[in-house]
Design a protein around this ligand. Structure first.
Ligand code: PLP
Length: 409
């Protein structure tokens, strides 16, 4: 592919022409997360004096629990300010392995755990390590946009697996099986799920597990919302027979402990992958921040009541918010069993998701994400994060109701 020039260079000196930097063609393959773009637009409106309610951001609105913050402060005082091992501090890798083993009911060796700055690099590293040009990767649609972006960046062919409202945002097993081919190298699963809040049950995971075993396909199990589940037990494909040896388990601290800005996550990898992912760490970030890892240790080993309190509060908000959405003519919304997102069907309002999200922001001061920000199968839906206060959620419902009434008039 031909190189192209960067178009954003600007001359600060009138005598100097802007430099035309030749860019690598691979940059064209990179997608993005439009939550950050909508947030920037919303902030700009706020700067102009507009009042905006934020339902676009995918992060807990709570502060990181005090004992975790205290552990980080203490760690800074104790000198945890230097480089550490690329794969993470041994104590933290041990604590993560013990936590994963206990919660998933399978043995995990600390040597399989790689600590990363946020969980996102686990996606990046997995794609770079496993996907060759032309390999096919099955991923959920709608789904976290970085999956498709990373598949393309690695040269792979993204194969969307549609999640359907009529199946409570699970997939049709026959449709899943029909997507597999001799080129299928990796299957990405996410449960509980962003953006729908749905979760996959043991039967659905069993279908994927059987196919992965038979056809020797790897699985990337994104379980970043595993602790934010309101009904039933979280079932992990990692714990199904024969799957640990072919599954990369992605989890982290961002959502569970309200630590999004700390950048702390991890992957549990099959042993053969570990040295390669360690080298990807060395080549990219060297290691995860040392004092942040000490805070992570405190998060895992300290009291868990703050997590339970956050989940209980999310549940209260979900109940109110989803009931409020269903009371608006033209909107219908399933009750999501996990994460902190509602994914209402707004197709009866007669606008595309994108046009509706745009209008809600401009005319009603309501920042939301179009379902299509998560893939083509998101058309007809909005993603609304209810990680916001009850008064804000009530005000958001009133704005949505006003918009829906105008559109239906
Ligand atoms: N996976 C999913 C499904 C997410 O929604 C997110 C964040 O929004 C991540 C992974 C990334 O988590 P982190 O902030 O720890 O990188």
């Amino acid at each position: 592919m031909a190189r192209r020039a960067a178009g954003t260079a600007s001359a600060t000196d009138a005598d100097q022409a802007p430099a035309a930097l030749p860019l690598a063609a691979r940059l064209d393959q990179l997608g993005t997360e439009s939550a950050f773009e909508v947030l920037a637009r919303a902030r700009e409106l706020e700067r102009q004096g507009r009042d905006v309610i934020h339902l676009e951001i995918g992060e807990p609105d709570f502060d990181t629990p005090a004992h975790i913050r205290a552990a980080a402060t203490a760690a800074l005082g104790e000198g945890w300010t230097h480089y550490g091992p690329a794969a993470g501090q041994p104590e933290l890798r041990e604590a993560i392995a013990a936590d994963v083993a206990r919660r998933r009911g399978v043995p995990v060796a600390p040597s399989q755990v790689i600590v990363t700055p946020g969980a996102k690099p686990v996606m990046f590293f997995t794609m770079l390590a496993l996907v060759e040009p032309g390999d096919e990767v099955v991923y959920p649609d709608p789904g976290f946009p970085i999956y498709e972006s990373m598949i393309r960046f690695a040269g792979g062919r993204p194969v969307p697996l549609v999640l359907r409202e009529e199946r409570a945002f699970a997939f049709d097993p026959d449709e899943f099986l029909a997507l597999l081919s001799p080129r299928t190298r990796l299957i990405v699963l996410n449960t509980p799920h962003n953006p729908t809040g749905g979760s996959l049950d043991r039967a659905a995971l069993g279908v994927v597990a059987a196919a992965a075993r038979e056809r020797e396909i790897a699985v990337l199990a994104d379980e970043i919302y595993s602790r934010i589940l309101y009904a039933g037990e979280h079932v992990s494909i990692y714990s199904l027979p024969g799957l640990a040896e072919r599954t990369i388990l992605l989890d982290g601290f961002s959502k569970t402990y309200a630590m999004t800005g700390w950048r702390l996550g991890y992957g549990v990898f099959p042993p053969a992958l570990v040295p390669h992912v360690e080298r990807l760490m060395v080549n990219s970030v060297s290691c995860t921040a040392s004092f942040v890892q000490r805070a992570g240790l405190a998060a895992l080993q300290g009291p868990q009541d703050a997590v339970a309190a956050m989940v209980a509060e999310f549940r209260r908000r979900r109940d109110l918010f989803v009931a409020g959405l269903n009371a608006i003519p033209g909107i219908r919304c399933l009750e999501p069993p996990g994460a902190f997102y509602a994914f209402p069907n707004v197709s009866a309002l007669g606008l595309s998701s994108d046009a509706l999200a745009d209008r809600l922001l401009r005319e009603y001061g309501l920042a939301t994400l179009a379902g299509t920000a998560f893939g083509r199968a998101g058309e007809g839906y909005l993603r609304l994060s209810y990680a916001n206060s009850l008064p804000n959620l009530e005000a958001a419902l009133a704005r949505l109701a006003a918009a829906a009434a105008t559109l239906r008039a």
